[in-house]
Design a protein around this ligand. Sequence first.
Ligand SMILES: Cc1ncc(COP(=O)(O)O)c(C=O)c1O
Length: 391
Amino acid sequence: MSAPDAPLSGDGRGGGWGDGTRSVRAGDAPPVPGTPLRPSPVFAAPFHLGDLPPRAQGADAYARTEHPTLRAFEEAVGQLDRGRSLAFATGMAAVAAVLMACASAGDRVVLPSDGYYATRLLAADELARLGMRVQYVPTTGIEQVAARGDLDGARLVLLETPSNPQLDVCDLAAVARAARAGGAVLAVDNTTATPLGQRPLELGAHVTIGSDTKALTGHSDLLLGHVSTGDDELYARIQAWRNHTGGTPGPFEAWLGHRSMSTLDLRLARQAQNAAAVADLLAGHPAVRSVRWPWRPGDPSFALASRQMLRPNGVVSAELASVDAVRRMTAASRLWDAATSFGGAHSTVDRRAQWGGDAVPAGFVRFSCGIEDTADLVADLTVGLDAALAA
Ligand SMILES: Cc1ncc(COP(=O)(O)O)c(C=O)c1O
């Protein structure tokens, strides 16, 4: 397992490398002549055991616990997060592992009221049933709650910044100080930012979580998630949870995840470039009531995002006048596919009220800017927005 600042290639040369190099090299094994640059997946559920105890001398025994392809993916993600990583079959399996492994009956758990809606469903249907007390705080209100001392006594605080889908940002370091002073575990859902966009562990969080279904792997073709931490006790607890409940990714997903990560820096750069152009277009178009992109000067999240985050990404939110306006926009556009999720190579739009879980207006849309050409995306979206206006 990598220590937080472990060299990337295992040869002691990689400490100061940039995002592009880190994306490609994270998790690489030392170069051994005759071995592939990126090992192939090892397809096995059980491994030969003989009469040794399981995991004797590091030998693999059964893949639900760990397997070589998983270790390589976890090593890579952990190097980007600057912690030790545990991969999960989905982002929700990772979120659930943190919530369920770190809190118990009677504990108070603080969640964002405006975060990913499936996390709130998990809390409402499962955490409450198991006797945890769930307190919801909006992302923009958590610093005030922390400053008042109201996080004291909470067992676990989960933040999501930027929040999905409204892209609000909160001050991680300030909340981390308060959470730690009050004895809470601070977890951050870092899905929107990705490990290259924000390093919650360095800002004081105990745990960072990612839905790697999104930009980390970025091709809209697999489900994955992860948890990273620098805390050995939390690592052991979350690992035990995964062993007991079995949310371990199989070798093909782990391999595909590691392979896809190699282009993370490139994809994020193009997505951010596209998002800047799309946010400008949306802001100037009469079909659009409001736009959110944390890296756009004037956005309510701009100052904090610029200070706290390492780089922008491709997720933009905007409000159109109505459901029909959104329908006309997607019908007229050829490049903006209506689909949920975000962070992929394809540009997509998701009218969030369609899902019923977010407190957003009917015409609220999350745009996920892909890696197509900026000029093409802007021209095509202009056609869509003009159509949205033509009632
Ligand atoms: C912020 C956030 N966290 C967690 C998840 C859950 O991830 P998955 O769909 O991989 O389970 C999502 C999915 O959209 C998300 O947006």
